[in-house]
Design a protein around this ligand. Sequence first.
Ligand code: SF4
Length: 448
Amino acid sequence: MKIKEKCGVFGIYAFDEKWNVSRFVYYGLIASQNRGQETCGIAAFNGEEIRCIKGKGMVEEFFSAEKLEKLPGWVGLGNVCPFNPESPNNIQPVNDNDSKLAFSYNGKILNFKEISPNSKNVGKNEDANVAAKLLSDELEKSDPLEATESVMEKFKGAYSFIAITKKGEMIVARDPMGIKPLCIGSFGFDHGAVASESATLDVIGADYKAPIKPGEIYIFTPYSIERKQAFKPQPKHCAFEYVYFARADSIINDKPVYEARMKIGEYLAKEFPVDADAVIGVPETAIPFAMAYSDYTNIPIEMGFVRTGRAVRTAIKPTQFERLVGVQLKLNPIRQAIRGKKVVLIDDSVVRGTTTRNIVNLMRNRIGAKEVHVRIGSPRLISPCPFGVEVPEKDELIAANLSPDEVSKVVGADTFAWLSLKGVIDAIEFPKEKLCLGCFTGEYPTGG
Ligand code: SF4
């Protein structure tokens, strides 16, 4: 991935203490791996205490059967996140404060330093720790609903969180702008489940019920699920979820991601048609864009590349050998689909332009494409994200500094185009004022 989302959360509540849920959390986290691949953790409450195991690595690499056996319990939560080398102690779930609370969160609380009781000693990226500490302190004074409302009054920014208390309650909350996704599902009357994305619920066999509304709180106890619209919803859903972060099989804010991606491909074709012999989508996220582009233009879709290894960002720094082999090491082209053809290459986003340049160069100079026309299923990325997504600074973003014609020259394409802002809004089918479009416009929702 070229841009990293900050975290996926998952929680499960069995209304019968006989259940052991850590394996459900494990599979839920594997299904959430698109939202963070560098750290993972699971916490479980067994009626007496909260236990937590977390560390660096992909879920399947880090967790073993032995580790899961050390996490018995009928209430569980988990988290996947990118690793932040500036804050190596920030791996989630947070379970400090004498394990009174386990806390898993996705987002960025912008005012975390101001609201921290210990603001002088708070590190640069310790928003999850501050939020967990504040919630834990409030829980000493009031019931879970009041405590959650009280901390949400203080938080400014984007957040979806799940917490387990030392009494075995599960608290779930989403900020009033609903920037980060969160949804709820169930297995009959036995279990409640909460996840960043609905596909996570599908994967573990739960039924998706609904998105958790912006400003809504859920409290799970052994006897009930209490639900409260604690704050007035002021939706500003992250538009980039539909373009790039979320799985194509998820429903985010009641809108299927697949439908949005197919519409994006259609609008790309309407806005930027071209005479060509083949449409190729790369990487996987761009396949629905390419399918819809092909449908609309009647240009055949081709499978242009085969991936070697997993679709992950590797931590290994490239050696001279890896630089020499370049993009082919991960994406090997299918010559018969490309050679001698005029190709429309559809990608999901362009950050610095390096990967696109390498792919275009490979298609044209090594494989022998006649023409390469690049179409991007995202509007121009011109600004960083304050809400926890790792978009590089403005001076590194090619779209913030060059026109499409200039980018076309830099990446070596015949033509180059980004989807318009209107195109992405129409594809998502939400009113513009209900979306965060900050990294495409530089204008961010405030308040919340
Ligand atoms: S700035 Fe971009 S990535 Fe960040 S929440 Fe808004 S749309 Fe999503």
